[in-house]
Write a protein that binds this ligand. Sequence first.
Ligand code: SDX
Length: 427
Amino acid sequence: MSKTAILELDGNKYEFPVIVGTENEVAIDIDKLRSATGAITIDPGYKNSGSCKSEITFLDGEEGILRYRGYSIEQLAGNANFLEVSYLVIFGELPTAKQLEQFETDIRKYTLINEEMKNIIDGFPKNAHPMGVLSCLTSALTAFNPKSVNVENEKEMYEAVCKTMAKFLVIATWTYRKSMGYPLNYYDNTKGYVENFMRLMFELPTGPYAANPTIVAALDKLFILHADHEQNCSTSTVRMVGSSHAGLFASISAGVSALWGPLHGGANQAVLEMLEEIQKNGGDADKYLEKAKDKNDPFRLMGFGHRVYKNFDPRAKIIKKAADEVLATLGVNDPILNIAKKLEESALVDEYFVSRKLYPNVDFYSGIIYRALGIPTDMFTVLFAIGRLPGWIAQWKEMRVNKEPIGRPRQVYTGPALREFVPFEKR
Ligand code: SDX
């Protein structure tokens, strides 16, 4: 691979360095482009632009490969637990048994939420979407934890990681409890992280609650599959907000808002609503496939397509297999799953989808499992956020520790040229 790239503009030639990543990804470093040429690049949606170098996640969209810190998603999902993978994603190495035990112990130091946070959640209407409540509560954590993180101080950074992992899980479940009119639960420091998620969500003061181990294991795997995904929309948002040196809670809060969109993390909820609509209208998957192909119809096949994956999303493969296993173990026969499989089968042989390399993504099957686990549809994206939290933390930490510059893209102005002010009487 050549070490430089040559750009010719207005008869002049300019040379720019080329960098090559661990997996031979090639990038042209245009740091000096504007000062050298006076020109900038433009790339709506940043489809061809790298925002940073990162050591956290590698994905190959053509081959359908996903690795966290060099470990394949298949091996991690098959052998590790969510806190273990969170530690890996955030700190860069798989923890020893002692380090993992200490990590869980240190998270437990911060699982209590300031009681005054309840005044904030009380202000929401019951039908408020959980993602909007979560984004607000996450930002509100700053009010009760105002000390900014000195990212240069490893101990302070570690404590901020543990605090965020602890408090985010609890407030995420409070969004559901609020919508149900249930009392808000407290984390039980004698139980595991994912088991606590189920308790925080479903335990009622009227009787004992025991989380189903099959459900806890399935959720643990789902959280692993969502833990990070390089510079996706919400992670890029967390980096962008954090690049102004806004705090970690404020940056994560912005990431929650970005994830909420139906083109991003909100797709898991949109997939279930789409499948339910297909079921309600007679289950004719092919009719909806035609709608998705019709340029005059805004309908898209939710859970299909991806900015980077032009092959199967490796997470979708794992989730599809888990869906079969979990529903069988729980004895759930959900016709929605059959509609999803029919939709997938038809799309994978349809020229429109094949020519555009549109495959099922992580959101296509996850909602089916969540529904089988008793998770309400409008909480699906909250679960995505819980899974993605370690990735957001890891990427924010990497950006700050690497002293990345504040994010401030350029633009090409296409509005009116200079013109004189026009007084009212002449308008
Ligand atoms: C996530 O980036 C990440 O890593 C995200 C994520 C993560 O872990 O963080 O993986 C999680 O967000 C997964 C994606 C979830 N979103 C959806 O399932 C929503 C449905 N998908 C699409 O909206 C779309 O595929 C996107 C948004 C995911 C990707 O859009 P792109 O890369 O901008 O692609 P595009 O819109 O330019 O589409 C290219 C072509 C277009 O047709 P033409 O103009 O070439 O004729 O494919 C078509 C699109 O119309 N197309 C679809 C489609 N997705 C793309 N047509 C019908 N149904 C779809 N779902």
